[in-house]
Design a protein. Structure first.
Length: 500
């Protein structure tokens, strides 16, 4: 019989040996101290395409960091001004202004120390980190005015210098709005050869562009009917900032009293069908714009401006501003609005109205207030105005102006020719460029002028149109007398707009 006092089995001896080795290694680690370097575990913008709405990125670390050493050693190339905030091991960097479009960026962090190493006076630093992200391409849309693309919607990528025709030759585009994801454009158009401006139908068309990197999107130029004109004439439309709702102003072809606003989803339902529009029951109104929260619409109504909820029964406005006749623009966060007041002496006042009830007069003119847009990068309002010229003949001269919303100072940017009354402008999402057109039209009585499918808002034939891009970096200094010189783009078109 085997003795009960036999030696340990081989497996037992191996286990004991492993335990002894592990204990020795642990002891050595304890004697050497913590040798594992801190690191960046997550960078929220890694390999992403960023738009103007993305205002901050975050870095998450493997352990608590010495705040000062991180902030001093974080490098962004090209530089982006911003401010830091911290929550434990997570650092957030919030940009002061939107990142310029069409740019590749690199974020680097070296030599930063963790919290315990800094307190202990050791020389241990973070593992070197490099992250990359890019901003969206600078892309514009416009209606073609040359013979080959007359009336067609054109997409031009300024970053890549590429042009894409989106709509077919049998449609003359009249008005358009871009979806926030850049993938589609909502537009009204009439048939080629049809001069009736009230015969428009509502369509969407794909752009072939997306806000996401490497996302598979539909090929550009796929047109789909959204709303016809069989019973109602489409007068005006707007697309909500979130891209989910369409508001249409329509009039019944046979019953003039059946006139008003309708709203509908901006995308198809699960079965791929477009939902029918629902009437917005309210008092008759004029010009309108959807609010930044996409939940209401601001309408010129009666002797003032009404804010109507986007629901079937909108008979009770959310707010009513009797002293103002039009809402020209909202700031992106909805806290400010540019509103127009019509005076009995035929002058017009432009006011800055805030959600805190503040009303500040910015401009008082005898001409017209055509367009205003808030700068996302500074407290500035860019406006397209006209001044009434002296003389017996009624003439308005358009001009562009930048208004400092804090001081009220105005900086004229450019005076346009008197005959070019039909001007459109569009401010880039990063606030660094202002697009505008210079339309040349002929009187409908001029039989010598060539026929054109294109018409201005007052139904004058458009013979040609140029597109211009004005840089806005120097407008920060309102007291500077340096003139800003716009660049003429090698494109023939009108009504230019930036993609978001």
């Amino acid at each position: 019989m085997a003795s009960n006092k036999a030696f340990l089995q081989p497996l037992d001896r191996i286990s004991i040996a492993c335990i002894l080795v592990l204990c020795l290694l642990i002891g050595l680690l304890i004697l050497q101290g913590d040798v594992v370097k801190p690191s960046v575990r997550n960078f929220s913008w890694e390999n992403q395409k960023i738009g103007a709405d993305e205002a901050s990125f975050s870095l998450t670390f493997s352990r608590p960091m010495d705040i000062k050493s991180v902030e001093e050693n974080l490098n962004i190339d090209p530089p982006l001004a911003g401010k830091f905030s911290w929550a434990g091991r997570r650092m957030v960097y919030t940009l002061l202004t939107p990142a310029p479009y069409g740019t590749d960026y690199q974020v680097q962090l070296q030599q930063a120390q963790d919290q315990f190493a800094a307190k202990g006076g050791t020389n241990k630093v973070i593992q070197p980190f490099t992250g990359k992200f890019t901003t969206r391409d600078r892309i514009i849309l416009y209606i073609g005015a040359d013979s080959d693309n007359q009336g067609r919607l054109v997409l031009y990528n300024l970053t890549q210098q590429k042009k894409q025709i989106l709509t077919p030759k049998d449609l003359v585009v009249m008005e358009f709005k871009a979806y926030p994801n850049r993938e589609r454009i909502l537009f009204t158009a009439r048939s080629t050869g049809n001069d009736d401006l009230l015969s428009a139908k509502l369509y969407t068309v794909t752009t072939g562009v997306s806000i996401e990197l490497n996302k598979k999107v539909a090929a550009p130029g796929k047109v789909q009917l959204v709303l016809d004109n069989k019973k109602y004439q489409i007068l005006k439309f707007d697309l909500s900032p979130n891209g989910e709702t369409i508001v249409v102003q329509r009039g019944n072809k046979e019953d003039p009293t059946d006139f008003g606003f309708w709203f509908m989803p901006a995308t198809e339902n699960e079965s791929g069908q477009q939902a029918s529009p629902k009437p917005l029951k309210s008092e008759p109104g004029g010009d309108f714009i959807i609010t930044p929260d996409s939940k209401a619409v601001a309408v010129a109504q009666g002797q003032g401006a009404a804010i109507l909820p986007l629901q079937t029964d909108a008979s009770k406005p959310l707010d009513f501003l009797p002293e103002f006749g039009l809402v020209k623009a909202f700031s992106k966060n909805g806290t400010q609005a540019a509103m127009v007041k019509f005076n009995t002496d035929y002058t017009r006042d432009l006011f800055l109205v805030t959600n805190q009830g503040t009303r500040k007069e910015l401009v008082k003119i005898k001409g017209s207030i055509l367009n205003c847009q808030f700068d996302p990068a500074s407290p500035t309002l860019y406006c397209l105005l006209t001044q009434l010229l002296p003389g017996e003949l009624y003439q308005e001269q358009p001009y562009l102006v930048a208004i400092n919303l804090k001081t009220g100072e105005q900086k004229p940017l450019m005076v346009l020719p008197v005959e070019q009354r039909n001007v459109n402008m569009s401010l880039s999402p990063d606030g660094l460029g202002l697009l505008f057109d210079q339309v040349k039209s002929e009187s409908t009585n001029d039989q010598s002028s060539p026929t054109s499918e294109l018409r201005t808002d007052d139904n004058q034939p458009i013979t040609s149109s140029e597109l211009w891009l004005m840089p806005l970096l120097s407008t920060v200094d309102y007291k500077s007398s340096t003139a800003i010189k716009p660049d003429r783009l090698p494109l023939a078109g009108f009504n230019p707009q930036w993609l978001p």
